[in-house]
Design a protein around this ligand. Sequence first.
Ligand code: C2E
Ligand code: MG
Ligand code: MG
Length: 747
Amino acid sequence: ALIIARQPLAKLSFNLAQYLLGAVASVVTFYLIAGLGGPIGPPQPIDWLAAFAAMLVVSTISAFTIATVVTLSGREQQFSRLPEALQVGGLFAITNTALALLVVEILWVQPMAVWLVAIPLVTLFVAYRAYLSERQKHESLELLYQSSQIFQGSPEFETAMLSLLEHARVMFGTDRAEFILVGGESGVPLRTAAGPGDERETMVPSPERADIIKRVLESSAPFIIDDPQEGDDLDRLFRFAMVSPLRGESGVIGAMLVADRLNENDEFTADQLRMLETIANQASVALENGQLEQSLTELSRLKEELRHQAFHDPLTGLANRALFTQVLSERMKALAAGSANGASGSRSHGRTPVVLFLDLDDFKIVNDTVGHGAGDLLLRTVAERLSAAIRGEDLAARLGGDEFAVLLADGHDAKHAQLIADRIAASLQLPFDLGGREFTVGASIGLAIGQPGQDASDLLKNADVAMYAAKSKGKRQLAVWSPEMHEIVLERHTLTADLTRAIQADEIDVAFQPLVSLDDERIIGFEALARWHLPGRGPIDPAVFIPLAEESGMIIELGRAVLRQACRRAASWSDEPGLSDITISVNLSPRQVHEPEFAADVLAILSEAGLAPEHLLLEMTETAMFSDIDATIAKLQALREHGVRIAVDDFGTGYSSLRWLRQFPVDVLKLAREFVVEDDAENDDWAFAHAIVMLGRTLGLSIIAEGIETRDQADRLRDLGCDLGQGYLFGRPVPSEQVPLAMATVA
Ligand code: C2E
Ligand code: MG
Ligand code: MG
């Protein structure tokens, strides 16, 4: 009654129906033989006969109904077993009835004597239970044995088992795969094996697998054998093996094993173990039911999944580095073959592969500020845009992190390939909607064209190098590979190492550039600007080393060092004539502000230097402020409550939205140098500067115009209503020792 055992409700109603039927049938039988209404008294021999007949009818009915139901459920043909069931059932019915009649008779004659019958009855019951459980065990073993008999009997089944093992070998990269079945009466396990090498075995008694069976029966969980040194018996048989139990309906029926990896020192992973368990579960059902083909289909699906996993990036679904290099490799081989065959110029040109190497600019900021969820969404969207920008025969891949690559299938000349790269760049520059927040990220793109004689990794490396060159030109640039580029990249690496060392050795200096009031050209403060003098090379441009420090994360240390020096200097100047009330302006990188302890850190540096917070002005670009609005506002607000002022640096070059500006705790706008135009410029060119000054005044902010180099510019800006200025006209950035001197010259 297997199907019924699985469905409690069906089982209950079946049993009820069966009892009712049995009860009715037995009463009717009894009545037909003995009649009712006789005098009450000890049972007569005719009653005995009636009782025996009634019980026999019940047991026969139950044997028939069970056989019918089991057969109808499609499980197996049960009618052949009917005589056996009838025989056993009849025997029990007769014994039980005899015992019951005996009890009734005794009750009539001498009730106390019932206890004497109880003793042999209990003994009989215990013996009967023992017999039943023994019989059950025997039956399940027999069933198992029968199924292994089926395996041995059917060649298709053997082939199917072996081909399942064959698949498993390929899938897990092992030399060996085995099914080990719990032994029959002899207790010796039966093994079906593919490997080592070309060896094949089916259902061979294998005493040496008894340990595995023992372990599997004990724990009934999959396990890895991975330490050959540990030295128990299992470990001596294999280097690295994985074993999963084959779980049948009656319990563990054996084990599936894969062992001896082709790649010698590869250990199995937990994921692979889970995969083996899935296959083993499939296989054990199949082994019991003889439906191995179904299991094979499932296996090829799993294999396909594994293959896909091995060659695709799970996050974006794009090809991964492995697939990309494989495809590129084939193209490069075709190119080499084409040129060796002396194919015509245009034809071999037609197959020249082009590789674009893309790296997102500012991805780290998104990831650090809005979280990995948004970062993942951004990467997926980038993948979608990439796929949309290329044609079906081109291949886009995610190489890792925020690096992507595109292989252009058809040969292109550099110009055409650049057009495609531009198209991709343009699509990536559209804003990204990350959960209601808009972000703009661009990409730096390197482009390399394949040449005969190169292999895939050469070409990919060239594209990577070109990407680095693009990055060092500034963000959102495209660079086509050329041989000199290796130098640039190498230099960049060395420079990063040098910079890290310099920052750790506290070798970053600070220069001070005056901020003046445009009305009377009095110095009201200084902007602190980082300076790095690399021994043997001279001063390095901040436009070069600041981005390097941002990329490597060293900007946090660097920024803190500049802030500390600037505050100390400013505090020391408070004794100098005319310097007691100055503003010291310090630049902040977004990474610094994202530090959780940022605000507390700034206040600590101020108090350590002995500088009142009112003297400090912190500069941040719009882009930096925009990257994590709520947290940034909270931190800046906290500092502002202590008296620190906030400036928007390079205002007008970033997002510049009015709504945004109103939200921010800002005191000063620094008008970007772009808007401070040449002397001979048209009147209209001042329109932007004019608008920004008006905007600032409306919002009640002070405005510092940057990059004032001429007297005309200074006059013009003053007339527009700009109150403060900074630029070479008033003074270049100078070392701290020259600050008092600078004061004297301007004043
Ligand atoms: P910035 O904050 O906009 O600084 C103003 C830049 O304009 C400085 O360049 C300054 O030397 C330059 N400048 C000032 N007056 C004139 C002028 O009349 N004409 C011209 N052509 N340029 C002028 P510098 O020192 O090369 O710094 C470049 C950028 O590097 C700075 O731009 C700032 O964004 C960044 N930077 C410098 N020091 C630090 C620092 O300590 N931390 C951070 N996070 N960034 C820094
Ligand atoms: Mg600045
Ligand atoms: Mg600036």
